[in-house]
Design a binder for this molecule. Sequence first.
Ligand code: ATP
Length: 394
Amino acid sequence: TMGEFPWPTVFARTLQEIYLSIDIGIMSIVILKDLSKKYADVTAVSDFNLTVENKEFVVLVGPSGCGKTTTLRMIAGLEDITSGTVEINGKVINNVHPKDRDIAMVFQNYALYPHMNVYKNISFGLRARKFSKSDIEYHTLKAAEILDLTDLLERKPGELSGGQKQRVAMGRAIVREPKLFLFDEPLSNLDAKLRHKMRTEIKKLQQTVQTTSIYVTHDQIEAMTLADRIVIMRNGLIEQVGTPFEVYHQPENSFVAGFIGSPAMNFLECKLNGTPDGFNCTLKDGSSILLQNIELETELYEGQKSVLGIRPEYLIHGSADSEQSISLTAQLEVVEPLGAETLLLCKGEYGEITGKTDHGKGLKWGNTIQFHVDPLKIHIFDEASGKRISKSFE
Ligand code: ATP
C-alpha cells in the first residue's frame, strides 16, 4: 500500500539528486582579518587580510618561506593563530576544533591507506562518521564518477599511478561536501606531464563541485592557470591580490612583476627625467631612450632612480617597426628554441635582456642583434620602493 512505500526517503533522495546535479557545493564565504602568526623570533604571517567569495578559487603563491602554508594551516586549525580571526559564513572559527570546521584539506603527500582499496579510501571519512551504508555508497560512487575512478574502485593504492592516487585523495576530500577545500601543493610530487594533467583535472573538478577553495603553490604557472584570484606573498606579507590578468598586466610592484611570468620580465635600471617630448631614461651605460605618450601614476623628481620592466614577449627581434618604438642593441648569448617561438638571451652594456623571435634561424652566439619594443608596453617602477609609477597599459 501507499503507506509502506518510503516516500519521504525517495523525496529526500530526489531533492538531493537535483541539488547534486546542479551544484554539490555549499555556500561559504571566508574572511581572514589581520591574521598573524609569530614563532619565537620569526614572523611567518603578518596582518593578512582577505575575503574569499563563495565558490571562488583563490591561490596563494610566493617564494619558499613566505608564509603560504602557515596561512593555510591556520585556516584549517592545524596551527594556533597569534592574532586576527578566521571567519566562515560570519562565524569566527579560531577556537573551533579542526575536525569540526567542515574543511577538507588535500596535501602534497596524499597518505592513502595502503591496505584499503579505492572505494574504502574514498569512503573512509564517511564510515568514520557513521553515515548509513546507502549514503556512503551514494556519495562514494558520485565522487568516483566525477574523478573518473569508477573502474578503479577495487584497486589498492599500490596498483595506482601518481595521478590516480592524487585523484583518490581528492575523492576523499569531496565526498565530505565540505564548506571549504584547502590544497597544500597537491601536485608538487608529480612529474611535469602529470602535473599539467592534474592541473586541468583540478580545474574541471572545481567547475563541477564549485566549492570555495584556497590553494597553495610556489609555481606561478599553476597559480595563473587555476586561480580566480591570486594572492602573491613575500616575507609573510601580501604583495598583491588580483585576477591572473591583473597580476600579469597590472603588477603593483617590481616583485610581483618579476615573480609572475615566465621567462621573467626584463628589468633595466635607469634615471628618469621629464622633458617636453616625454620621459628621458638614461640607462646604466649612459645611453638614453625617450618614452613618449607614457602616463605616470605619481609625480616624478628629476633623475628619479627607476627600473624599466619589459616582458620578453614585447621585446621583439628586428629593427623598429614604427617611429614610436624603441630599439635596444645587445650581444646574443644563448638561443633557446621553444618550437612556436625562440627566446634570445642577450647582454647589453645596460644589463641583461631576454627577447623573442618567431624565427631564430641563423642566429648565433656572439651576434650583435637589435630588438624593438613599443614604449606603451613598458612598465616603470620606482627603484627604491619597487612601486609601479607608470599607468598600466591594459
Ligand atoms: P614553502 O613553499 O617552502 O613551503 P611557505 O611559504 O609555505 O614555504 P611557511 O611554511 O608558511 O612558508 O613558513 C613561513 C615562515 O615561518 C618561514 O620563515 C619558516 O621558516 C617559518 N616557520 C614555519 N614553521 C615554523 C616553526 N614551527 N617554528 C619556527 N618557524 C617556523
